[in-house]
Design a protein around this ligand. Structure first.
Ligand SMILES: Cc1cc2nc3c(=O)[nH]c(=O)nc-3n(C[C@H](O)[C@H](O)[C@H](O)COP(=O)(O)OP(=O)(O)OC[C@H]3O[C@@H](n4cnc5c(N)ncnc54)[C@H](O)[C@@H]3O)c2cc1C
Length: 390
């Protein structure tokens, strides 16, 4: 039994390999992310060299087979990556990496043919090919079945038409996993297929980079497909199975967002405890005010609870158990909790917390989307509610 993210107490979930990975990522975050994160926030993206370096260090292939250069670890390995990147305090940098490792490239890893994987997985794991996943559209987000992008078969090609919205890594990715309707007349769950679209494909363009409230070092784009021709071989998995692929991969995405949120919440609590133990008012430190330290203590308890729920869901997933209920609970709980933590932590920083150059101000902005993206809280609660009835 080894330690978890917040304490040196034993955790039944982690093995030696997880802890070695945690130590390596934590070192990388301290040395290679934190000193440069503010510059990337201004630039609006994480430089490609940083992603390549992470590839060299093995951080982009934690779950992938050794034959492609991966480390063959389990779901808890991804949780360690997400927590530690969350602790960086730069949510934009964290999501840039996590979309690539755990939300986009999983489409290739889970549904790609042997030939597709042999061609692309080594590139993905090395950080030479960065990935994005394009499901959301201007008129369909939570309701995936409502997408309108189409893919029509023409000889040896598919022709894609439509618009994708809010796509992370949308400007800088090399490969996009795009959801499109191949059989609009089939049952709703069988209409969608997933295509791999390479940057530069004819008819594919980035229509605009989007300006955001937070996650400012993550690039987000609107994408346009106008008679975009992709070879029929770029279909991932079977035609009509895309909705199931999206739902399956959402389980991982939601676990990872939960872990990232708990890493962020932990970092915010730590930096706030540092602040209130030195800041003085009314004859003592802020920490000496019972109201402040008790609120922090309760938040610390809830973050511990959220973190253990994420670990539990990841553990079940690693055992191959269907844990949609636990994953949905974790996403809903952690997505809301990280925002409550940020609210209180910013409050206890006083006016300083409202200043653009304070860390907690950025973290509070970054956290907001955790209750929206990858399954809004309400959508997650519907998934839980469906599974409460006996
Ligand atoms: C910064 C950012 C990055 C993103 N990255 C990606 C990406 O890489 N790829 C991608 O495909 N998408 C991405 N998204 C899209 C994201 O997953 C969607 O925004 C999210 O699923 C919500 O969809 P929507 O915005 O269309 O909101 P809508 O579906 O219009 O919902 C609006 C709100 O209504 C509420 N709501 C929705 N359904 C229900 C319900 N059944 N019951 C009660 N309330 C409900 C929720 O509060 C929700 O926030 C990203 C979004 C953002 C903001």
């Amino acid at each position: 039994m080894l330690a978890n993210a917040s304490s040196s107490l034993p955790s039944p979930y982690f093995r030696e390999e997880h802890e070695q990975l945690r130590a390596q990522i934590r070192r990388f975050v301290e040395q290679e992310i934190k000193p440069h994160g503010a510059k990337w926030e201004e630039q609006g993206h994480v430089p490609r060299e940083v992603l390549r370096r992470m590839g060299e260090l093995g951080f982009l292939g934690i779950r992938y087979p050794a034959e492609y250069g991966g480390s063959d670890m389990d779901t808890l390995g991804s949780v360690v990556l997400a927590e530690e990147l969350g602790r960086s305090t730069f949510g934009g940098a964290a999501i840039t990496v996590l979309v690539h490792t755990d939300m986009a490239s999983v489409h290739m890893a889970n549904a790609g043919s042997a030939a597709q994987k042999a061609r692309w997985m080594p590139e993905i794991i090395a950080g030479r090919a960065i990935t994005a996943v394009a499901v959301t559209e201007p008129d369909a987000g939570s309701d995936v079945k409502g997408i309108r992008t189409t893919a029509r078969r023409e000889g040896d090609h598919y022709v894609l038409n439509g618009t994708k919205m809010f796509i992370t890594n949308g400007v800088h990715a090399d490969i996009y996993f795009v959801a499109a309707k191949t059989s609009p007349d089939a049952r709703p769950s069988q209409q969608i297929s997933i295509f791999m679209v390479e940057k530069g494909a004819p008819g594919f363009s980035v229509s605009r980079a989007l300006d955001k409230h937070g996650w400012r070092s993550s690039d987000t784009a609107e994408l346009s497909f106008q008679d975009c021709r992709v070879p029929a071989d770029n279909l991932l998995g079977k035609e009509g199975r895309g909705f199931y692929a999206i739902m399956r991969n959402f389980q991982n995405e939601r676990t990872i967002i939960g872990a990232m949120a708990m890493g962020e919440a932990q970092a915010a609590l730590e930096l706030t405890i540092d602040y209130v133990t030195t800041r003085k008012a009314f004859g003592g430190t802020l920490y000496e005010k019972q109201g402040i330290r008790q609120r922090l203590a309760m938040l610390a308890a809830r973050v511990e609870a959220g973190r253990q729920l994420v670990y539990h869901a990841a553990f079940l997933d690693a055992q191959g158990v269907d844990c949609t209920r636990e994953v949905s609970m974790a996403k809903a709980y952690c997505g809301e909790l990280v925002n409550e933590v940020m609210y209180s932590c910013l409050q206890f920083h006083g006016g300083m917390g409202y200043m653009r150059d304070s860390t907690i101000e950025r973290m509070a902005r970054d956290a907001r989307v955790q209750a929206i993206g990858g399954g809004a809280t309400e959508v997650m609660l519907e998934e839980v509610a469906k599974r409460l009835k006996r």
